[in-house]
Design a protein around this ligand. Structure first.
Ligand SMILES: [Zn+2]
Length: 57
């Protein structure tokens, strides 16, 4: 399962966290701290790791 990074767009919050989510899962859009908009950040290395695990099955 890939790990997605999220960063809050609220300049006074800037909360960053990572979430393990299925590729099919909807992206989180609301900051759990302040309730404002989140931006999803992709981590290419983790994404590739997820792909290789699928191929090994
Ligand atoms: Zn926030």
């Amino acid at each position: 399962m890939p790990t997605y990074g999220y960063k809050c767009q609220n300049k006074e919050c800037k909360f960053k966290f990572e979430a393990m989510q299925s590729i099919k899962a909807d992206a989180l859009t609301v900051c759990p701290k302040c309730g404002k908009e989140l931006k999803r950040i992709y981590y290419p290395s983790n994404f590739r790791f997820g792909i290789s695990k699928i191929k090994n099955q």
